[in-house]
Design a protein around this ligand. Sequence first.
Ligand code: ACO
Length: 381
Amino acid sequence: MGEPEMSEAEWKEGLEGVVAARTALTHIDGQAGRLFLCGYEIGELAPAACFEETLHLLWSGRLPTVEECDRLRARLAARRELSTPTRQALEVAAAQRRSPIEALRLGVESLPSVDGDEELRLRLAAGLPAIVAAYWRLQNGQDPVPSDPRRGQADDLLHMLFGRDPSPSHVRALDTYLNTMADHGLNASTFTARIIVSTQSDLTSAVVGALGALKGPIHGGAPGPVLEMLQTIGTPERAELVVRDLLDRGQRVMGFGHREYRVRDPRARILSAAAAEVVGGRGNSLYELARSVEKVAEEALEQTKPGRHLKTNAEFYTAVLLHELGLPAELFTSLFAVSRVSGWIAHALEQAAANRIFRPASRYCGAAPRPWVPLSKRPAA
Ligand code: ACO
């Protein structure tokens, strides 16, 4: 066929193990279950920092000073107010009953175009929570709550969604969630963003493309089904029955397994601890149920896929934490985007700074060369 056949050794389904970019953002040790953001262990950073600190870290490579953090918070806050075209786009989406993640994609496309990369990245990071909150209210027949420029991203997101002051412990828990999910190597949505930027396309296109990738049920769409599964299980005693039934029917247990980790995803521990804090000592919580389901599911998965080490991933406790915060399941994927947009932008900057267009090869597995037959001479099928 002209080109030499590629050997099986060179062909990696799903690009597993292929190094496709250099990054100074996230380091994942999948065997030890450790994750570092710009050198900081995620377990130290996520429960302590506010989301603005993580944004600063990812975008500049270092943690901010108090003044820098305050300035970034104020700059984001000043850009959370939605423009009329965005509000109108969301109203149209609500009338069409679009899902929150589709409305988020439309909302991002409607953000005003601006000069300068720095302004654009601030508008994107500030715009996402404002769009998510406004759309949720419009969908429920309520007026959007204007953003409050004195608040940080996590605080204002809860305020714009529910129209009241969130408790400090809920703001802390949401900051922890946003930090935990901010970046994670070349996951599907981040890789999508980098591919788009590699063509010298713009940052908004990269974020819109990344949203499309995130939406899929085995990436950012997993926590909704996790919550459904937990609600179907209902009580710890039914966990074994429901999980085994899923596996017997060849289905995936959502919230388990990860391409990079062969142990429990380190983000699961952080999100589980945050959920425990939110729940306090309250009995009969989803958190309590999730702990039982985790044990049963890991054992069942080990029996069904021995040696594959399918352990709890971040999305399992994302569902639990966001539910315990009173956030609706329909918003789970959009809330993931509010966090991950920080990483998408950071990767876009990295890609643009040392760019080479992505153009992997494919392995041809179609028909052997054959002669062309004109339409009039082709035999009837
Ligand atoms: N439940 C049951 N079986 C599973 C699961 C699961 N959760 N995950 C993987 N497997 C099985 C596969 O069916 C496959 O079996 P096979 O070899 O007999 O065909 C084997 O384990 C290997 O699975 P792959 O799909 O090759 O693993 P991969 O690394 O490609 O997939 C993924 C990782 C997509 C996360 C997968 O584990 C999955 O679908 N999990 C459920 C969805 C989920 O929780 N997604 C959230 C991921 S975290 C995030 O995106 C932030």
